[in-house]
Design a binder for this molecule. Structure first.
Ligand SMILES: [Zn+2]
Length: 113
């Protein structure tokens, strides 16, 4: 099942926030509209992380920061074989950690077909 991540756009000044802030960091407004975040994004930077905390079933994880077409930047797990800064990736939302009795949802960036 697909889950959707959303950004929160200030209805006064249009500033995008993720995750939700209660007060707009730009204009102090308190009304936000939800904007779906998905699909294509540009990989800005990435890294590999070893020595993962308990709950990850992998020797290492890639992490990346991407920028969506609307300019919002988010961090997430990177599952691309040969990542390069500037490449286009596809963002989806899935379980990023298999915890004990608890799953965490977050961004996963995958190879664009
Ligand atoms: Zn604002």
């Amino acid at each position: 099942m697909d889950r959707e991540m959303v950004a929160y756009q200030c209805s006064r000044c249009g500033e995008l926030h993720h995750p939700l802030h209660y007060v707009c960091r730009k204009c102090g407004g308190r009304d936000f509209a939800e904007v779906p975040l998905r699909g294509e994004a540009t990989l800005l930077t990435w890294t590999k992380v070893y020595n993962l905390p308990e709950g990850y079933m992998k020797p290492f994880l890639g992490f990346g920061i991407v920028e969506f077409g609307n300019g919002l930047r988010v961090a997430g797990q990177l599952e691309v074989d040969q990542p390069e800064c500037g490449m286009k990736v596809r963002a989806k939302v899935d379980v990023v950690r298999e915890g004990i009795g608890q799953d965490y949802y977050g961004f996963i960036f995958i190879q664009k077909e």
